[in-house]
Design a protein around this ligand. Structure first.
Ligand SMILES: [Zn+2]
Length: 556
């Protein structure tokens, strides 16, 4: 009941955000005092930049590879053992080594929505996973018992729309194991978008009425089901892994030691395959099948292939970033990506392909494994306790508890309802009392009024800046709660992400292809800079004001 009410409230936020007010907020990012990197930014009051085409021909194919929950430091940590696709990006690409999701709720949906839009969650409207893509009006094709999904709540445009404005022949294929990771990178565009649900790849009625033959052929191969009885073993000899394999915190104490054998039942194996490197292999196979079937990347227009690989996220949530499983997963991902790029280069002219590699967020260390030197000691915070405390404060002020809704780390208020009953001042007082109480709870670092952050120092206070980038200035978010470093909400994930701290925001941003100057670039950049940089090499203009800037240093 409570969850239904909260989602309902959040949807109200979304509807509110989609109003004209929100649009004007989105088109004047300067009004919210965003972080400005003087070396990179153009003043936000100027019209959208017209990108001068680079000297090279535009690419015939842009390939965006997003690795779900991939920390930037994995590339250095495992560098000596990388020799496939990750090695190719790290050694041959233009690698921005200090790239961040510069928003506060570092979850899958908001992260993916920034990548090809060049805009922060405050203007994409995708502020959290819970308000991502679920849409009962867009049921999935085939008899799949999963919720419908669409980009209905995504606002504005993406690179795919910009490309189509220049050449309507431009097409996009976006694939992932997750619906939100397939849908959100390419926004609202009508494209080929497929994800994994109920043991097969499918799409929703937002995109089509029937599945194309090539998807049916991929599904007929039953790749996930055929993993029944197989074991995930180490790629390299034991001695190549320094991580202990006997960490009982992993997987809540179940099945935390190699080899990881999948069930003999094919349906159970398909479900279990999500947290193995095989799922990425299957997704990359799907991407190549789609490229062939749709004849993507054959010019003269620029097409887009977006691939979001989800296995790292599932493995990271279960085993943590310091696990032997994560180490082996990264090595296998490297090999799988290498094979994918080799195959792609056999199918298409490698000199006409622009690559970008990034992630939707990082991940924190398992709280119980954080070194004792980290103070305050990280804890697992029970969101329900915060909710109970909020309701108690509101009730004791003789206010209607329907005036507020707590959604994990944010407090939403219905100011219109408060104004109707002339209780605005009383509500504000109660929120102040709650903020003081919440700040005293273990694991809570700060509780800020969102409106104060909008007027605050977003240059020297990155936490404030990341919250400012999260919601429109006109949203009904009253308070935002930031936990202490490495503290997380809940017990369900062994390890997780979602905070405004660098360990969750820091991701790789690497470009590769003839347009880009190879090297490591240490300056601070944002994932919103990825879309305008790709637009620059494709010689297209953004069709609205965006938050990102072209990373010219990476361009030849
Ligand atoms: Zn994610």
């Amino acid at each position: 009941m409570r969850m239904t009410r909260i989602i309902g409230t959040l949807l109200l936020v979304i509807c509110f955000s989609a109003s004209a007010n929100c649009q004007s907020s989105a088109s004047h990012p300067g009004s919210a005092a965003p972080y400005v990197n003087p070396a990179l930014s153009t003043p936000s009051h100027l019209p959208p930049p017209a990108f001068p085409p680079t000297a090279l021909q535009p690419p015939s194919l842009i390939v965006l590879i997003t690795i779900d929950q991939f920390r930037d430091d994995y590339l250095d940590r495992f560098a000596p053992q990388l020799r496939g696709g990750l090695a190719r990006f790290a050694r041959g690409g233009a690698w921005f080594t200090n790239a961040h999701h510069d928003h506060a709720i570092t979850e899958t949906a908001p992260g993916h929505a920034t990548l090809l839009s060049g805009r922060f969650p405050r203007s994409t409207g995708i502020t959290a996973n819970r308000v991502g893509v679920e849409d009962p009006t867009a049921p999935l094709l085939g008899s799949v018992a999963a919720p419908g999904a669409s980009p209905r709540r995504f606002q504005g445009t993406t690179l795919v729309d910009w490309l189509r404005a220049k050449d309507p022949r431009s097409r996009a294929l976006s694939v992932s194991r997750k619906d939100r990771a397939a849908i959100l990178p390419i926004g609202r565009s009508q494209s080929d978008v497929y994800w994994y649900a109920g043991g097969r790849f499918t799409t929703s009625r937002y995109y089509r009425d029937t599945l194309p033959d090539w998807i049916n052929r991929v599904n007929a191969r039953r790749m996930p089901q055929n993993l029944a009885g197989k074991s995930w073993t180490l790629l390299l000899p034991d001695s190549a892994y320094k991580e202990p394999d006997s960490v009982s915190f992993e997987m809540h104490g179940r099945n935390f030691v190699f080899p990881h054998r999948l069930p003999d039942d094919s349906a159970a194996a398909a479900a279990a395959s999500l947290a193995t490197p095989w799922m990425d292999e299957i997704e990359l196979d799907l991407a190549l099948a789609g490229l062939n079937a749709l004849s993507l990347g054959k010019a003269p227009q620029t097409d887009v292939l977006s691939i979001s690989l989800s296995a790292t996220d599932a493995i990271g949530h279960g085993f943590g970033q310091d696990s032997r499983e994560m180490h082996d997963n990264v090595l296998r991902l490297d090999r799988n990506l290498g094979a994918f790029i080799d195959s792609l280069f056999k199918l298409r002219d490698s000199t006409r392909i622009a690559f970008a590699l990034t992630a939707d967020h990082g991940v924190a260390t398992i709280p119980e494994l954080v070194p004792a030197s980290v103070k305050p000691t990280p804890v697992r915070v029970n969101a329900a306790d915060l909710d109970t405390s909020l309701r108690a404060v509101i009730a004791s002020a003789n206010l209607d508890t329907n005036l507020v809704a707590m959604d994990q780390q944010i407090v939403l208020v219905d100011r219109d309802l408060a104004a109707l009953s002339d209780r605005t001042k009383a509500l504000d007082n109660a929120l102040s009392i709650f903020a003081v109480r919440a700040r005293s709870l273990p694991g809570v670092a700060r509780v800020d009024r969102f409106q104060d952050l909008l007027r605050g120092d977003t240059i020297n206070d990155p936490i404030a800046r990341r919250w400012v980038h999260q919601f429109p200035a006109t949203s009904n978010v009253a308070l935002v709660i930031t936990l202490t470093p490495f503290s997380i909400f809940g017990e369900s994930s062994v390890a997780t992400h979602g905070s405004p701290y660098d360990y969750d925001t820091h991701v790789p941003v690497i470009f590769m292809g003839p347009w880009f100057a190879r090297g490591r670039y240490p300056e601070f950049v944002r994932t919103v800079d990825l879309a305008p940089t790709l637009a620059a090499v494709a010689g297209v203009k953004t069709s609205e004001k965006i938050d990102g800037v072209v990373l010219r240093r990476a361009l030849k």
